[in-house]
Design a protein around this ligand. Sequence first.
Ligand code: ADP
Length: 264
Amino acid sequence: MTIVVKVGGAAGNSVSGVLADLADRRDWVLVHGGSEEVDRLGAALGRPAEYFTSPSGVVSRRSDAAHLEVVVLALAGQVQTRIVAELGRLGVRAVGLSGVDDRLLGATRREGARAVVNGRTVRLTDDLSGAVTSVRAGLLRMLLDAGISPVVGPPAVTGAGEVVNVDADRVAAQVAVALGATDLLLLTNVPGLLRSVDDPSSRIARVPKTDVATLVPLAQGRMKKKVLAARDALAGGVVRVVIGSSRGDAPVARALAGDGTVIE
Ligand code: ADP
């Protein structure tokens, strides 16, 4: 039995709390984001982050060549290296992999992503982002069987060998499906999917798998990707998805105990 845990990288997440909780277990693959570090490094390099909103309201990071460089430096460089170092300090043998390593995450490039700019829909022809279409689960299993915990993050690679940015929540869903994971935990900086974004007490506790589509309109901005990831994971055979908090004590154990938005 394997679980896939995704920890967010936006401000307000507690990555260290998640790692401390994972250190006692050996049944997991960790997927990470790192948007705060991408933004920080981009600003430091004079390439401040840009986001765009699709016509359906999904917010994505602008990933032209200059911004993709920052994504790779920040995620595969900084964030992943720090996570693997911290796990090592906790006594966990871990290996960090981007989707490019052994072509772990195969993707197709999103040709001409659509963005709403000043009320008009335009096509972004220079965007180097994509959608994950394949996961080399064998590599992850090999590591798990050897007692080594995989730590996975963007970017991914296309069949033509292009490096593309991909959304880490969607990566986590695809990894969970490919591994036949029982649970996918999407741990973030809020206690779950909220009926009203500004009210942490408005968490939706439990949703049957068949109703997951009804959650899409509730989620705004980047939360939409978590709901879409949950939908993909459940459609692919994952038994339970929990959108929960990365903060506080034992976030993994709490999410497994149902603290968060449980979709099953
Ligand atoms: P992470 O880096 O942890 O993946 P994101 O910033 O991508 O985090 O997504 C989490 C954010 O989504 C929350 O901090 C919140 O501002 C936003 N959000 C939008 N709609 C909702 C909603 N209905 N419920 C909870 N959070 C929401």
